[in-house]
Design a protein around this ligand. Structure first.
Ligand code: NAP
Length: 282
């Protein structure tokens, strides 16, 4: 039976530490502030944004939300970002995805000042990550690294298999795991014989968004399983990508959903906002 990686508890400790750091910054006259832009009315995004604002409130980070109509133009969005880039009181800017299809999200991410890009999606931060320079690392991969560190799970020399190659999870995870000296393989929807690849993984990370995709027969005995997926099952319950009940019997460590990667993602966002505020203090 696997040990459960308790992301909820870890995230709580991280938030507590950050509160102390924010108090110190405030004594020096700096109040970290996060601006969140949401375009349209995506239901799931609303929940994520609410979680982020709650975390800010708990830690003492100021928070301002910009709700834009579904039909705004790319120029209107870029103007808003420009305005936030220029505001001295704002340290972090987050554009909640998804945004409507007529807007080029990469153009918007590129517009965010890389020093305020607390989600790590600006190409400057993406590039810095790939050449090993200090930068903002996208929050989900960053949270996964933290979880592995906190549970003393060594990545060096291990076969790390990532399922999913999105710009926000899979791709930045490649760099994070390489930095830890893992031997990394990435799978996607065109990968052939995925089971053969995952069965060799010491650390298996799934980020695809399909309930019960990772089954017991895909997993090696004693593997570490990180489940990034957030899905709703037939009963309306939130579940991950992993068939938890069965895979748990074979793994050494496993993250639950909810209570695993999700809370860590929010905690790392908070850490990035505090880092952005500290950087501006220098
Ligand atoms: P995404 O942009 O939709 O990417 C999904 C990836 O999965 C793609 O690379 C896709 O391959 C791959 N994929 C889809 N079906 C597959 C299959 N049958 N076999 C192998 N690969 C397959 O998704 P995302 O934004 O990365 O999110 C993935 C999941 O993580 C979602 O459930 C999302 O809600 C969740 N998520 C959770 C957090 C958190 O904090 N816990 C954060 C971010 C995302 P192709 O590239 O070939 O299409």
């Amino acid at each position: 039976m696997a040990d459960i990686i308790n992301g909820k508890e870890l995230a709580k400790n991280i938030r507590q530490n950050l509160k102390g750091e924010v108090d110190k910054l405030k004594k020096n006259g700096i109040c970290p502030k996060l601006a969140v832009i949401m375009v349209g009315d995506d239901k799931a995004s609303k929940v994520y944004v609410k979680n982020k604002s709650k975390a800010c409130e708990e830690i003492g980070i100021d928070y301002e939300e910009f709700l834009m109509e579904e039909d705004i133009t790319i120029n209107q969005l870029l103007d808003l970002i420009e305005n936030l880039n220029n505001r001295k009181d704002i340290h972090g800017i987050l554009l909640q995805s998804p945004i409507p299809k007529h807007l080029d999200i990469n153009k918007a991410f590129s517009k965010i000042d890389y020093r305020k890009d607390v989600d790590g999606f600006n190409p400057i931060n993406v590039g810095k990550l790939s050449i090993g320079e200090d930068c903002f690392v996208s929050c989900t991969p960053f949270g996964i690294v933290k979880m592995l560190e906190e549970y003393n799970i060594d990545v060096q020399g291990k076969n790390v298999v990532i399922i999913g190659r999105s710009n926000i999870v899979g791709k930045p995870l490649i760099q994070c795991m390489l930095k830890k000296n893992g031997t990394v393989t990435i799978c996607h929807s065109k990968t052939e014989n995925i089971k053969k690849i995952t069965a060799d993984a010491d650390i298996l990370i799934s980020a695809i968004g399909k309930a019960k995709f990772v089954t017991q027969d895909m997993v090696k005995n004693g593997a570490v399983i990180i489940d990034v997926g957030i899905n709703r099952n037939n009963e309306g319950k939130i579940v991950g990508d992993v068939d938890f009940e069965n895979v748990e019997k074979k793994a050494s460590y496993i993250t639950p959903v909810p209570g695993g990667v999700g809370p860590m993602t929010v905690a790392m966002l908070m850490e990035n906002v505090v880092k952005a505020a500290k950087n501006m203090e220098k």
